[in-house]
Design a protein around this ligand. Structure first.
Ligand code: SF4
Length: 289
């Protein structure tokens, strides 16, 4: 065993959050839904939407039987609603190509709409107990600090990072799967981006960044996402109106929702249509059928 394994695995056994998609009875579908939702949204906001989603659509077939617009409506305020369309498309693909069962191999998962390397590895690992490198931002930050001795990883995953993560994977499937979720949880709860809780950390004695005195990040500038006044905010407002309406809404309602900039509103509506998130019929707008 690598010296990091035992303390991280023990810490996880003692401190892991009880999340619905981690429970023994959780289905692979629940894990897949959670992974799509968690891609850009914090756990606290995902929890109620995930619960409602699984209640309404407990299987891929249940979701695939409904219009994609219902998935967009149920996505609520999680943001980046194209993920709802992808999840719906994944449900359809699971029904058509896998008999309604979420496939258990990384390669098959990777063929599903909206499923990239990270999600395929995460579902294969968390739902099916397979041995895979699962690199999300939390894992990358922990490894950057503990092993590389830097505060934060670079903006995109490097070959060296992937090789490092692979070299740290425990040999057997079950321990590797627990290790993957345990490192992720350590990053989410203790080794956080802004305020790492080194005093409570099970690998503080092994951490290179801590040993070096927590030197500040010295890499290239990191992207920060603006929000106010952006197309993202405008799209979010418009989508909220469409989601919350019982049926199509007149263009004037959308104008009232984003009155500041007509050109921006028109542009955003066009992109919502081209993304498949909205549809227009005459002067009215609604969710896709
Ligand atoms: S000692 Fe601090 S910086 Fe190092 S892994 Fe633990 S929480 Fe993160």
């Amino acid at each position: 065993m690598h010296p990091l394994h035992r303390p991280v695995l023990q810490w996880y056994a003692d401190h892991a959050r009880d999340l619905p998609w981690r429970r023994p009875e959780a289905s692979a579908w629940s894990v897949l839904v959670s992974e799509l939702m968690l891609q850009q949204t914090p756990v606290a906001r995902v929890l109620p939407v995930h619960d409602a989603w699984m209640e309404r659509w407990p299987t891929p077939a249940a979701l695939a039987a409904e219009p994609a617009g219902e998935a967009v409506r149920a996505w609520g305020r999680l943001g980046y609603p194209r993920r709802a369309l992808r999840l719906h498309a994944a449900a359809v693909a699971i029904v058509e190509r896998h008999g309604g069962e979420v496939p258990d191999s990384y390669d098959d998962l990777l063929t599903l709409p909206g499923v990239g390397d990270y999600t395929a590895a995460a579902v294969a690992s968390f739902a099916f107990g397979r041995r895979h490198v699962v690199l999300d931002t939390n894992v990358r930050r922990v490894l950057a600090r503990v092993v590389a001795g830097v505060e934060l990883p670079g903006s995109s995953v490097t070959r060296a990072e992937r090789d490092l993560a692979a070299s740290l994977l425990p040999d057997d499937d079950a321990t590797a799967a627990t290790w993957a979720v345990a490192v992720m949880e350590l990053g989410a709860l203790a080794c956080t981006a802004a305020r790492p809780r080194c005093a409570d950390c099970p690998v503080a004695h092994l951490c290179a960044w801590r040993a070096a005195g927590h030197p500040a990040y010295a890499g290239p500038p990191r992207r920060t996402q603006a929000w106010a006044g952006t197309d993202r905010q405008c799209r979010g407002r418009l989508m909220a109106v469409l989601r919350e309406a019982d049926g199509p809404v007149h263009a004037s309602v959308l104008e009232a929702a984003w009155p500041h900039d007509d050109a921006q509103r028109s542009r955003c509506l066009e992109t919502l249509v081209s993304d498949g998130l909205a549809a227009r019929t005459g002067p009215s707008w609604g969710l896709p059928a």
